[in-house]
Ligand binder design. Structure first.
Ligand SMILES: [Zn+2]
Length: 153
């Protein structure tokens, strides 16, 4: 997990920095309505977030008709504490406050996302912990609309 140290506002961005065309655009725009979209393959059922234009398992072409809305709940698979961010010059800068970064399997999806964890102490983090998305106050249709994930309840 120590390999995930790129931090650009949301690690989500670092992990999914590629452009996947219309579906990715739709995914990002839907964040303004506090919706998390995924694509579900009609052939094998593999569900991936953010949406992709081809199934990663069976390469079936996917389109808007294959978009499904997720609940925003998931389970923590693992986490890491991030203390530094790249300074853009090949080195690292210390963060004022360490950031908890979780690998989360969203309930209705098969893929894993990486997101900041909030409202939780590192000691409370265990594998399988149920978490849910927390949206920033004013959503704008940007990846940063996903503020962080927090434990359910
Ligand atoms: Zn498939």
């Amino acid at each position: 997990m120590s390999g995930i140290v790129r931090y650009e506002g949301a690690p989500f961005v670092a992990r999914f920095g590629w452009y996947a065309g219309e579906l990715m655009e739709k995914f990002v725009k839907s964040l303004a309505e506090k919706k998390l979209l995924a694509t579900r393959c009609p052939k094998c059922g593999y569900t991936i977030v953010p949406p992709r234009i081809r199934c990663v398992k069976c390469y079936t072409k996917l389109g808007e008709e294959n978009l499904v809305e997720l609940s925003g709940k998931g389970k923590l698979l693992s986490y890491t504490v991030v203390h530094t961010i790249p300074d853009g010059k090949g080195g690292f800068t210390d963060l004022d406050k360490p950031v908890l970064l979780g690998a989360i399997k969203l309930d209705e999806a098969d893929s894993t996302i990486f997101a900041v964890l909030g409202e939780v102490e590192p000691e409370k983090l265990v594998e399988g912990l149920e978490v849910q998305v927390v949206w920033r106050e004013e959503t704008k249709g940007e990846l940063a609309d996903i503020a962080y994930f927090k434990p359910v309840g």
